[in-house]
Write a protein that binds this ligand. Sequence first.
Ligand code: SRM
Ligand code: SF4
Length: 555
Amino acid sequence: MSDQRELSPIEKIKETSDGLRGSIPQSLRDELTGAIREDDQAVIKFHGMYQQDDRDRREERAEKKLDRLYTFMIRLRLPGGYLTSEQWIASHNIAGENSTGVIKITTRQTIQLHGLVKSRIKPTISAFSKAKLDSIATCGDINRNVLCSSHPMQSPVHAQVFEYADKISEKLMPKTRAYYEIWLDEDKLEDKKEEEDPLYENRYLPRKFKIAIAIPGNNDVDVFANDIGLIAIVENNELKGFNIAIGGGLSTTHGNPETYARLGTVIGFSDNEEKTMQTIYEILTVQRDFGNRSDRKLARLKYTVDKYGADWFRAEVEKRTGMKLEEPKPFEFTERRDYYGWKQGHNGLWYYTVFVENGRVLDDETVALKTALLEVAKTGKVTFRFTANQNVIVSDVAPADKDIINAILERYAITAHTDGASLLRKNAMACVALPTCPLALAEAQRYFPTLITKIEGLLGNHGLADDDIIVRMTGCPNGCARSYVAEIGFVGTAPGRYNLHLGGDNEGLRLNKIYKESLDEQAILQELDILFGSYKKERKMQESFGDFSVRKQLV
Ligand code: SRM
Ligand code: SF4
């Protein structure tokens, strides 16, 4: 069973939290500080929130002997990343009234709002709830937002697969009513037995847990970077079931060799819904019972799988479900991308994928994206789907309405913005990092667009402007923009410095490795200039930059 060395302090907080209530109501009433009590900071994560502070203003406030400028970030639960037009309008208004106003699309197909002061959390959750949206379990040691291949064009079975994301999310929800009591003022349960939780008990999982579903050949969700990856097996346009991969996870810690990024291992195939759902459920219970609860750096499923072995893990899951998995079915991923612009789905409806740089929906000097999307939503003729590459697809547009929607996208220059961005920029992702992320060692989303412009210049100089290279940046080694599965990955080590990783492939099936450590911008550009020069001269036909880096043994 689980590692019984001294439990990490979070374990005690979870167990004594009275079903994730902690002392949140008291923390909210305390008007002397914008913060909440320390233990409650761990508990509110399970309700989808993080306490943060504006790191740009720490020094100035310390000099004035002021408390940090505390605010909260809230993240929605959107299995498969779907919103109706009414829900988009609600989110737009809620963002404007309660947060910085920026709607941030994350790398896990959902949205976050930043900068909520403590007194605005309840009104925010209440307004989301009126729009039938919640933030339950989007953070914390629990199953998070479930991803699914985003574009309906990908397969005739897309709608079926998309429904699985919803079903999995529902099945793995916590049973506690704390969210409804604390944030929505619902009555307390008379009988606490009703919220007994056979899956999470009172200790929840040892660590966060992530699930994604991909439909080959596009690995747009980076399925192998998840604790559980489901790979849809489709034959003759029929969904036959899923290959199940376990133990993916990307985070490492600088200087801690025990930590590592790992891609999921396929342990078998399930040919029916009951088996798939039960297998997923029991993978969580095995991780609950055997995962490391003393060292949070080594608590993700990937370490449990490596400690006990994938074969043992599969056997333990089969013992618990009473059902055998079949041998994995063959599958092939050939790309990992968003399909920008207008594309028609198998259902005859139209989809426009909008390029949103680093997922930040706002009006700025280049494009009025937020206003445009509001206007699109107000037609009531669309839905919205978020991609795992931080973009949004204006979705489910009837052929008769396509011109109306296109006219709005053109009027606000969204089409020009999407068409005009280079392939490099459209493939790129950066995490949030500064100023809100407390773990950031270096900038990411605020800096990456500038670096991309410089890299575009280098590629242009070498006649590689149309190359489809996947470049990603994170402000620390946690890997939130999945920089470890990029062809070129930048991982922040200190202000203005990044490890340069090379060797990931185009399909997300190979991790990259460190090529050079802690480079500043000048050194990054010098290295890339040399690398692009030899890539141009020495690459084989159709060879991607990632494959070239490996063939040339650069890493
Ligand atoms: Fe992440 C922690 C942002 C996807 C691995 N991540 C954080 C926090 C909450 C910082 C914190 O703990 O206080 C960041 C909040 C920044 C902010 O101000 O918003 C943060 N992570 C993000 C997002 C918003 C990045 C983005 O720009 O889109 C992504 C939100 C996804 C979502 O909607 O749920 C995000 N994080 C990821 C991913 C990518 C993925 O899941 O596909 C990873 C790597 C995959 C993985 O989990 O292995 C990732 N985030 C982490 C980790 C390392 C976990 C670990 O195994 O050690 C942390 C730190 C932690 O949990 O202790 C972290
Ligand atoms: Fe913050 Fe690091 Fe995640 Fe970036 S990778 S959002 S810096 S935790």
